[in-house]
Design a protein around this ligand. Structure first.
Ligand SMILES: [Cu+2]
Ligand SMILES: [Zn+2]
Length: 204
């Protein structure tokens, strides 16, 4: 976006500093300029909408290798999380939103903190007083190591609010080695963190 703006500015500069171009050529250049200008305005408007409502998260494994991504969409009923990953161990895995947007390899992704819980609830989808806003159902990886899923999380938002996942220190999606038992405190006994993704605004 910034690079496109610079390119377009240099087109304008070129036009300004060429006093002796033919009339026909000048007309054509003016037309191109108008077309490019409206494209810039169009892109800027489009970017604003995307920035407000869509998130993206790139997952890395414990080696630091990228294994896929998730897209997050604000809806009238919560945030829809669409996840597409490869190279994971087959079987069930705990899947949560953690409360800090940091995925450091050095500490096994402990940098992402505990589960996101702006309402200070207990851990567990099946627990009285639960769940954390960041608690989500286990994800099942096939024998091909792939995971493809859609989850609607009704306890979070992308827009500014008390439950926004775009808070100052961010949030992260984390996949665990084992299944979440949906009841053990503080995190469902789901084992090591085997993949982590900082959730960022898409297009920003
Ligand atoms: Cu977790
Ligand atoms: Zn939890």
């Amino acid at each position: 976006m910034a690079q496109e703006e610079i390119n377009i500015l240099s087109v304008r500069g070129g036009l300004l500093f060429q006093p002796d171009v033919g009339k026909k050529e000048a007309k054509m250049k003016a037309r191109i300029m108008i077309w490019l200008s409206s494209m810039v305005i169009g892109l800027a408007v489009c970017n604003d909408i995307l920035a407000a409502e869509v998130g993206k998260a790139i997952f890395k494994d414990t080696q630091g290798k990228s294994i896929g991504s998730a897209m997050l969409f604000e809806t009238a009923n919560g945030v829809l999380i669409e996840t597409n990953l490869t190279n994971l161990p087959p079987g069930p895995h705990g899947f949560h939103i953690h409360q800090i947007g940091r995925c450091d390899l050095a500490d096994g992704f402990k940098s992402a903190g505990s589960h996101y819980s702006p309402n200070k609830r207990e851990h567990g989808l099946t627990v009285t007083g639960g769940p954390h806003a960041g608690d989500m159902p286990n994800q099942f990886v096939g024998s091909d190591g792939k995971l493809q899923s859609h989850i609607l999380n009704t306890d979070i938002s992308l827009a500014p609010s008390e439950t926004s996942i775009f808070k100052n220190d961010g949030t992260a999606l984390v996949i665990h080695a084992k299944a979440d038992d949906y009841r053990s405190q503080p995190a469902g006994d789901a084992g090591d963190r085997i993949a982590c993704a900082v959730i960022e605004r898409s297009g920003g």
